[in-house]
Design a binder for this molecule. Structure first.
Ligand code: GRF
Length: 181
């Protein structure tokens, strides 16, 4: 059984999708936002939580909490992952991003897609490196941009795709890590 930690700053809908697939394998949720919905969701599932607010040594503080963890999933985590955390988990930190990377990295990627009048956008699960949404792509799913889409409707449809693609990508990575079927 793998041990997965989830880092998030927001509502935690992707976290919920991961819990529905991996259950007890999710052993810890860490947030930089004391009031984040992801913490409430974790508590409701009986999953241990921790809060580590921003600061120069944030990645070091998070690392200290991750003894025994095999894989880290960022799920709406709004901070850069830095050393020493990156080197401690090589190819063991994943992120979900709401665009077809390398298109539209950074914040509000669905708004970038709308501003660009893109016909198609989507979501990407990728390995995390030191850059902003630059790591190797693991899995992507396309989402069509509709003529009457607003930022809200487009983001909502991308999130539905995210909830499908993130568990699939994690399964793929766990299989690679351990040879499990
Ligand atoms: C998702 O759209 C994800 O792509 C982005 O942040 C959002 C998090 O949403 N990185 P949630 O907290 O999982 O609902």
């Amino acid at each position: 059984m793998a041990k997965i930690a989830v880092l998030g700053s927001g509502t935690g809908s992707n976290f919920q999708a991961l819990v529905e697939e991996f259950g007890d394998e999710i052993v810890l949720v860490i947030s930089d936002q004391p009031g984040a919905g992801i913490l409430e969701k974790a508590k409701a599932f009986g999953i241990p939580t921790a809060v580590e607010v921003g600061g120069a040594d944030l990645s070091a503080r998070i690392l200290k909490r991750l003894g025994g963890v095999d894989l880290i999933c960022l799920a709406g985590y709004m901070r850069l992952v830095k050393e020493p955390l990156l080197s401690a988990f090589p190819n063991r930190i994943l992120n979900i991003h709401p665009s077809l990377l390398p298109k539209y990295p950074g914040k509000a990627a669905w708004e970038q897609a709308l501003a660009d009048q893109a016909e198609v956008t989507g979501c990407t699960v990728h390995y995390v490196d030191a850059g902003i949404d630059t790591g190797e792509v693991i899995l992507q799913e396309k989402v069509e941009v509709l003529i009457d889409d607003t930022a809200t409707t487009l983001h909502a449809r991308i999130q539905i795709a995210e909830h499908r693609v993130y568990p699939q990508a994690v399964k793929r990575v766990l299989k690679k890590m351990s040879g499990r079927v």
